[in-house]
Design a protein around this ligand. Structure first.
Ligand SMILES: Nc1ncnc2c1ncn2[C@@H]1O[C@H](COP(=O)(O)OP(=O)(O)O)[C@@H](O)[C@H]1O
Ligand SMILES: [Mg+2]
Length: 259
């Protein structure tokens, strides 16, 4: 299962990513979680302590490795290989957090991940390998844009999830992300509602989302808020939230199994 998660800032992308990652890891699956947000905080949400989080070096900063694999040092310019070897990158650069293997993408200076530079090419090759060749569960915690996904990697994504909260702005972002994702060849885009307080919140979202299918609903939770304040994982912060999270995990499994 390859799942990409996007949506407006603050809607709960990282909360959902970490929850799904922990849940599937606990079921015994091999889960690779990718923090593709430049404002990276997935490690903490997975339950990492500050030292572990700090030790998690973004892939774009593995200069020696990138030079070894591409033939060019990040930032140095010049010629480089377009098909670097990346099959061992998860094992080499990943950090185990509560049974989940976490990697941070990091940012590429000048021009984004699509730029013609050694580190951008390396990151792209890595994502392509992860999404298209590897058998593990992969969860991509992205930003509101879909910067890191291109045509070659988009087709590896089984389900693209846009997280929304009960308000028009996050729905507006969802519609924009939905269109972008479709443009680059993502096959299946669904919404997950988060911070839902009552039936009218859910009803509002179902209507506002239009033709974006609503896969599931996560409740607004004091436990989740508290966990964030304490630097703890939202996973298991609140039984009602965990129960809803399991529902979403199963809905994703079914959706992918049916295809
Ligand atoms: N269901 C929820 N109930 C209460 N607070 C939530 C819920 N989901 C997320 N939050 C809080 O909202 C904030 C943003 O969540 P986060 O997952 O970091 O969003 P994003 O990754 O989309 O920017 C955090 O403080 C988080 O604890
Ligand atoms: Mg986030």
């Amino acid at each position: 299962m390859k799942i990409a998660i996007s949506g407006k800032g603050g809607v709960g992308k990282t909360t959902l990513s970490s929850g799904l990652a922990r849940l599937w890891a606990e079921e015994g699956r091999r889960v690779v979680a990718i923090d593709a947000d430049p404002d990276a905080n997935l490690a903490i949400a997975l339950g990492a302590d500050a030292a572990t989080e700090a030790a998690c070096v973004p892939l774009s900063h593995w200069d020696d490795l990138i030079e070894e694999r591409t033939g060019a040092r990040p930032g140095a310019g010049g010629m480089f290989r377009l098909n670097p070897e990346v099959a061992d990158v998860v094992e080499m650069c990943g950090t185990d957090i509560g049974g989940v293997t976490l990697l941070k993408m990091g940012t590429v200076e000048r021009g984004g991940a699509g730029c013609m530079c050694a580190e951008g090419t390396f990151l792209k090759a890595f994502l392509q390998h992860l999404l298209v060749q590897r058998g593990d569960v992969a969860i991509l915690d992205m930003e509101a844009g879909i910067e890191h996904l291109g045509r070659g990697t988009a087709e590896g994504v089984d389900v693209f999830v846009v997280v929304v909260e009960p308000g028009s702005r996050s729905v507006h972002t969802a519609a924009a992300v939905h269109a972008l994702a479709r443009d680059i060849g993502v096959r299946d885009v669904v919404a997950v509602a988060n911070k839902v307080r009552d039936a009218s919140d859910a009803e509002y979202l179902r209507e506002a989302l239009g033709d974006i299918p609503l896969l599931g609903v996560l409740p607004e939770s004091d436990g989740v808020r508290r966990a964030d304040r304490e630097g703890a994982s939202p996973y298991e912060a609140d039984p009602a939230f965990s129960e809803a999270l399991r529902g979403i995990a199963h809905a994703l499994e079914e959706r992918i199994g049916e295809k």
